[in-house]
Design a protein around this ligand. Sequence first.
Ligand code: CA
Length: 220
Amino acid sequence: MRILIVEDEHRLSNVVKKGLVEEGFAVDQAFDGEEGLYLAESESYDLIILDLMLPKIDGLKVCRELRSKKIKTPILMLTAKTRLEDKVKGLEVGADDYLAKPFAFAELKARIQALLRRSHNEAEPVLKIDDLEVDPLKHTVKRAGASITLTPKEFAILEFLVRHKDEVVTRTQITEHVWDYNFDALSNVVDVFIATLRKKINDSFKKKLINTIHGVGYKV
Ligand code: CA
């Protein structure tokens, strides 16, 4: 899952980024509203963390602008203010949730997972397909009850595929949602990751859950 952080406090942005990267997210940063708006419009994000008070264009305006352009990416608004009217305003312009600063990283993480679940219409925190169980919070994978160890990137790819089950997911979509802005899209690294992922998830099981759709992409 790929997240955009729009926050002008570099230190806070970097701390949040570090935490999210450790959780397996791909993360891009924007340090003012203009840059945030540009990235949100031109890249594919699964979620946007948007600060309210920003240089150039404030968070409310960024949010309103994105929604008016039919960009439906879930937005978690950060606010230094605890005044009720700011929260209400944020939700009115189309933010999906808000979090008052200062916050604990654990709470941010829980809010993010809840928003991702909501945006994918998932009722349960643990994603299940057949005998495969993927837990985005604990980062665990089980098949037929047995634990499977994945690297963070393998996990991120599997989570993306499982969240788009029954859909054909292209290599470009995987690249866009699992890697950040600095990723070299021409490399064949996705195929390499998919190959090892398939080995871990499919091998020794009769039913192959990760399938290649030739010339198009992959499907779970
Ligand atoms: Ca700010």
